[in-house]
Write a protein that binds this ligand. Structure first.
Ligand SMILES: [Zn+2]
Length: 384
């Protein structure tokens, strides 16, 4: 682990301590249907209990005063804007989305939506998406894949620079429910360390399962790491079409039913990049309001995975320096057959709690510092 990494980890721990100190007296409670910040974890999760880890601080969801985000678009008064910012303290583990809970903590009022983008960063589509969000003064959350982040750290840093929230989405987009405990932990932890290394600073302890594929064991582990797990309420199904118009119709038709919710897009999909400006205009016309989510404290990475991520990032940087003309978001070499299977992305029914096409188990130990062995994104996205 590099000295700078040590420094960052120290800062992250200090930030956590600071956030815990101010918790409860700075943030204004919303009065929504959420657990009390210090309520026992078991009072809200509606499910059985995992055991095995202590829950000393309960979860909290609170609206915070952020006029820098919510004061509107001065250049464009007709823009959608961001109506409020919700700060989430997932210290004891927290879950959102009907995939996980019948009685999830509901922090959205009717008419409120949260925009989320999975699977990036990809320069080709993430940047146009950022531009569309900026044009409407809208903040969003990006659940980034570790290998994608290592592949294109500059774009991910741009996501952060523009004020969006960055969470994680595993190292290589495997279905965690299909993996054994050790492999599951590696996918989660290395994904986190890689995204943090690419950002060069703290990321939110927010997570989304690839394919929304989860199990009690995977959820328990991730909650034990102080993460909020985010499901979805509205699926753009942008991976099924190249048509922005179809994405627009998919989202609006579902919103007609749900009236609110967490919206799922992918910032690797041209259909979403093409649809977003029109969608934001239509949300405004229909009276929807965008809620931005932020974390009360940064995610804490594990040093052994930081070391692997730093090595992968350094390797990628060295390769880019040798080939300066290869200015693309994903340029991992294909070094052999895909030993990990090639599940299509995402599963046909993204709302399904069980994977439609689970990834196979690795046949041999994986070289985590050599992402070139697993070209899932090349297959999935058609990049050469
Ligand atoms: Zn995904």
């Amino acid at each position: 682990m590099s000295a700078s990494r040590c420094t960052w980890l120290a800062l992250a721990f200090a930030a956590v301590a600071g956030a815990m100190l101010v918790s409860g007296n700075v943030r204004a409670e919303t009065g929504f249907d959420v657990p009390h910040p210090h309520a026992p974890h078991g009072t809200h999760d509606g499910g059985g209990h995992d055991g095995g880890y202590a829950l000393s601080v309960g979860p909290a969801v609170a609206t915070v005063d952020r006029p820098d985000i919510t004061s509107g678009c001065h250049a464009r008064p007709d823009a959608l804007g961001t109506s409020r910012v919700v700060e989430i303290d997932a210290t004891g583990g927290l879950e959102f989305g009907e995939q996980y809970l019948k009685d999830e903590p509901k922090f959205l009022e009717p008419g409120e939506v949260v925009l989320t983008f999975d699977d990036g960063p990809s320069r080709r589509y993430t940047v146009p998406i950022l531009n569309a969000l900026d044009a409407d003064c809208v903040k969003a959350t990006f659940f980034s894949v570790g290998r994608m982040a290592i592949s294109d750290p500059a774009t991910l840093r741009e996501v952060v620079r523009r004020g969006h929230t960055v969470g994680t989405h595993t190292w290589s987009h495997k279905n965690l429910a299909s993996l054994g405990d050790a492999a599951m932990k590696r996918e989660f932890e290395l994904g986190l360390s890689a995204v943090a290394a690419a950002v060069g600073g703290p990321v939110a302890p927010f997570f989304r399962f690839p394919y929304l594929g989860h199990s009690k064991a995977t959820r328990d582990y991730i909650k034990s790491r102080g993460f909020g797990i985010f499901g979805i309420h509205v699926d753009s199904k942008d991976f099924r079409t190249k048509s922005p118009g179809i994405v627009l119709r998919n989202v609006l038709a579902q919103l007609d039913r749900t009236k609110k919710g967490i919206l799922l897009f992918h910032d690797i999909q041209p259909s979403t990049a093409g649809a977003l400006a029109s969608l934001l205009a239509e949300l405004k016309a229909r009276g929807y309001r965008v809620v931005h989510i932020e974390s009360a404290h940064p995610a804490i990475t594990l040093p052994e995975y930081d070391a692997i991520a730093e090595k992968a990032l350094a390797s990628k940087s060295a390769a880019a320096a040798k080939a300066p003309l290869a200015d693309r978001a994903a340029t991992w070499p294909i070094s052999g057959p895909d030993e990990h299977g090639s599940a299509p992305h995402p599963a046909p029914s993204a709302r399904a709690s069980k994977p439609a096409a689970p990834a196979s188990h690795p046949a041999k130990p994986h070289d985590w510092a050599n992402p070139g062995n697993d070209p899932w994104q090349l297959r999935s996205f058609g990049w050469d």
